[in-house]
Design a binder for this molecule. Structure first.
Ligand code: FES
Length: 153
């Protein structure tokens, strides 16, 4: 996995708690949408780290749980539109996993709303930026990851 380097960072306000968010973007549509947002100089919060994956279907539940265990405050999974996955059904697998993980996150007190999956076409740069901003605002309203506060490594 490599990180997208091209996005334009919005400055963050000094002193305030800032959630750490990971956006897993599939290699095709979602990454292209993120890249297009960068090339159009569209800004989104700099506390969102874009991680490039071959397909959302390749994201194992352990990757997500490990991110939360390490204190990440929110995770966005961005894949191709349904029916548009370049690995046929990878995004549908990812959708099922995300729903299962949301249940699990509720049960362990982290909260389902810290995880969101979205589907994008390569041309949907504004939607990508909007979804990123939405998860940042949602996670800000939830506060820090409770696993981080409780000191779970
Ligand atoms: Fe984009 Fe599978 S290649 S979700």
């Amino acid at each position: 996995m490599t990180e997208l380097q091209t996005h334009r960072a919005k400055p963050l306000s000094a002193g305030a708690w800032v959630p750490e968010i990971i956006a897993f973007c599939c290699n095709y549509c979602a990454y292209a949408a993120a890249d297009l947002a960068g090339s159009r100089r569209m800004q989104y919060p700099s506390n969102v780290r874009v991680v490039h994956v071959p397909c959302t279907g390749k994201i194992e539940m352990e990757h997500i749980l490990s991110a939360f265990e390490k204190g990440i405050d929110g995770v966005l999974i961005a894949g191709c539109l349904e029916g548009g996955c370049h690995f046929l059904e990878g995004n549908l697998r990812a959708k099922r996993r995300s729903e299962y993980l949301q249940e699990m996150l509720d049960q362990i007190g982290v909260g389902r709303d810290r995880l969101r999956m979205v589907n994008l076409s390569a041309a949907m740069a504004p939607t990508f930026v909007q979804r990123v901003e939405e998860i940042v605002e949602k996670v800000k309203s939830l506060g820090p990851n409770p696993l981080r506060k409780s000191g779970v490594p």
